[in-house]
Ligand binder design. Sequence first.
Ligand code: ATP
Ligand code: MG
Length: 249
Amino acid sequence: MLLEVKNLTVSYDTAMILNDVSMSVESGKLVSLVGPNGAGKSTFIRTITGLVRWERETLKGTRYGDIKIEGEITFNGERIDKLPAHDIVKRGLIHCPERRRPFTEMSVFENLMAGAYLISDKKQLHHNLDDVYSIFPVLKERSSQISGTLSGGEQQMLAIGRSLMVKPLLLCIDEPSTGLAPQIKQLVFDKIKEIQALGMTILLVEQDVSMTFTMADYNYILSHGKIVSKGSSEDLLKDETIRQSYLGL
Ligand SMILES: Nc1ncnc2c1ncn2[C@@H]1O[C@H](COP(=O)(O)OP(=O)(O)OP(=O)(O)O)[C@@H](O)[C@H]1O
Ligand SMILES: [Mg+2]
């Protein structure tokens, strides 16, 4: 397993946001973590990438109170649950955050370069840039455009492209479809599938369950901080309760 999470529990003060979450991601697969608003999906990604622990250290002793984190996180054969966020990034666990805001004052090219800050080898950098441009030709066409003037869909593609600049081992994409029109959503999802086909392992976090189920190899359903169901899309779609609760069918 590329990622293995065991019994992860996260509490902000007295509120338990993640409750004994266990899940794993196999290399080369597209695994989804779906669930309604406030289920804890972003908190899950922010915990495995070390951000919640950074927050805990930073906020310790302030009026924002205590954050508790328990559980084991293993990535690529190594325990990472005590590592700082920047060391987790270096190991290739990359987070493409929710609401997709690139640096809006910078050009598309500058944003992509900012994503590649860990790469010092120039040749490698150009190679990675070419790969991102071949997945997203629109980013090449608009490389000198100021990012804030891109459409919502283009900004989402830029956010994903920026995350790809370091050639992640695992790319965690948080709610790429939020706020996009249906055709644009479809386009973004097609791109994610294409990126997987090129060999990338992806953890996709989504509220749009029906769309996610069309493309994920395996799914975890998170509700109120707990994994309430898991399985292949095919199996989950056979489950009447799941169809009613999460797909409105
Ligand atoms: N820093 C924080 N301090 C306190 N509570 C938090 C913090 N971050 C998140 N929460 C709470 O944790 C719960 C889960 O939030 P989270 O953002 O992980 O959900 P989500 O599944 O990503 O939701 P959405 O689909 O809306 O993005 C929410 O009730 C939220 O208010
Ligand atoms: Mg979220």
